[in-house]
Design a protein around this ligand. Structure first.
Ligand code: PEP
Ligand code: CO
Length: 467
């Protein structure tokens, strides 16, 4: 049913026609946004990872088109997600966030989206069966098109071109034509996000007929058969106790990194009823490791929106910077607002995480703690593939759970780069993928993802660890 507030946001009022003082107190989550914030205020701050578009006028034209396009989500849907995040913050639910490192336009296909959804649903089922906690599912999907890069340029055979920054900015081919940032790509990203959201909504109300099947070919070695049966049993249990009756109530929410602020600004709409600005292209957005300067443009943008916000915390995060970020982005210390995503690396988490846990707790911000066991565990193989070993990923996640438990805190979220497809990008797991297997089906356009079998196995193991 459409409520009045849904219809209001559909009018798509441009922020340029609203004074910021229009903010009202009706929203229970209303922010104490200072007067100067508006969706474009980030433009007055130093910014990193910004693409240089060759023609400002063409950029503005595409921004205008995006601003007048319908929102992908309604404010009510973001608030619904926010209410589920409150449950996670209170330790009454678990958040599972996962998807591609970088979505690509070519990869936006019905089977890929379906496999992603099914795998996430099964992972949620496995975790729920072990822990008894409801699992909130959040895809890195329908907008995860922009990538931060450590190197601004790439050189091959003496030719230097701008680095690939994700399909929303430029193309992957090593040619000048592809690598020059093209603002029209923002509109294409919007289109791909819209068709993805459309399919997700349809799938949210149907049960997968193959939900109870792990459905990957386990390697015949060792105890894999045994595992496979246990997983299948658990999926059956989850289906009969939970999924069959409650499927529609547990949609797959969407998220992406708030990196390309031209796009994020254009998708930011004011909810005419509660007066809050929402980024209506994702339920949740996150601040990346490379754009986390408290004085920078990305933080300025994120502090003004009503969506829940993730903050990546790498090994260089200091307690001072973390506290500054929390003060700026969550001044009102709201429940369900902030997810701190630790991505330290298996060899560093024991040393680096406890001071941050302690500082966040002392600050009084009721944050959700998440583990991203992917980004701190990347290595390069002899053949030049970027990979991650399943063992390091499991171990870092287990260490995270242990550290949180020692502090009496809720390990609330698992953040993964994963796919429902049968790729060979990470080593290890029940299929015993090794370095030599990687070139077989290495399809990621950026970082290596867990494949379907590895994702299910991880959910199965972490369910046990969380119990
Ligand atoms: C990512 O999540 O894809 C990413 C780039 O992570 P980080 O900012 O933590 O490096
Ligand atoms: Co990545």
């Amino acid at each position: 049913m459409l409520l009045k507030r849904d219809i209001d946001v559909l009018t798509g009022d441009s922020y340029r026609s609203f004074p910021v003082s229009f903010l009202t107190e009706m929203n229970p989550f209303s922010l104490s946004v200072s007067r100067q914030w508006h969706p474009a205020s980030w433009r007055d701050f130093p910014i990193s990872q910004l693409p240089v578009y060759p023609d400002e006028r063409i950029l503005q034209d595409y921004e205008r088109q995006l601003r007048s396009s319908p929102p992908l989500l309604l404010a009510t849907e973001i608030r619904q997600f926010r209410h589920q995040m409150v449950q996670v913050a209170e330790g009454k639910a678990f958040l599972l966030q996962g998807g591609d490192c970088a979505e690509s336009f070519d990869g936006c296909q019905a089977t890929t989206i379906r496999d992603h959804c099914l795998t996430m649903a099964q992972m949620a089922g496995l975790i729920h069966e072990s822990t008894g906690l409801p699992v909130v599912k959040l895809g890195r999907i329908a907008g995860q098109f922009a990538k931060p890069r450590s190197q601004q340029e790439e050189t091959r055979d003496g030719v230097t071109l701008p680095s690939y920054r994700g399909d929303i900015i430029n193309g992957q081919d090593f040619s000048l034509q592809d690598r020059i940032p093209d603002p029209q790509r923002m509109l294409r990203a919007y289109y791909h996000a819209a068709v993805t959201v459309n399919l997700l909504r349809a799938m949210n109300t149907s049960v997968f007929p193959d939900f109870t099947e792990p459905n990957f070919s386990p390697d015949r070695r060792g105890d894999s058969d045994n595992y496979y049966h246990l997983m299948r049993e658990q999926l059956h249990g989850s289906y009969h106790r939970h999924v069959r009756d409650d499927y529609a109530g547990r949609p797959l929410f969407i998220s992406h990194e708030a990196l390309l602020l031209h796009y994020e600004e254009a998708m930011t709409r004011k909810d005419a009823v509660d007066g809050t600005w929402y980024n209506c292209s994702a339920h949740m957005l996150w601040l990346g490791e490379r754009t986390g300067d408290p004085d920078g443009a990305h933080v300025e943008y994120l502090r003004g929106i009503g969506n829940p916000v993730g903050i990546k915390c790498g090994p260089n995060m200091t307690t001072e910077r973390l506290l500054a970020l929390l003060t700026i982005i969550d001044p009102d210390k709201q429940l369900g607002k902030i997810v701190l995503i630790a991505r330290m690396g298996n060899d560093k988490i024991d040393e680096k995480l406890p001071p941050l846990l302690h500082a966040a707790r002392m600050s009084g911000h009721p944050v959700i703690w998440a583990i991203d066991p992917m980004h701190g565990n990347t290595r390069n193989t002899f053949s030049g593939h970027k990979t991650r070993s399943f063992t390091s990923i499991v171990e870092e996640a287990q260490r995270f759970i242990r550290l949180l438990r020692e502090e009496g805190m809720h390990p609330g979220c698992l953040h993964l780069e994963m796919t429902g497809g049968d790729v060979t990008e990470c080593t290890g797991g029940l299929q015993h993928i090794d370095d030599r297997d990687l070139s077989y089906r290495y399809l990621s356009s950026c970082d290596p993802r867990l494949n379907r079998a590895q994702s299910l196995e991880l959910a199965f193991l972490l369910g046990k660890a969380l119990r």
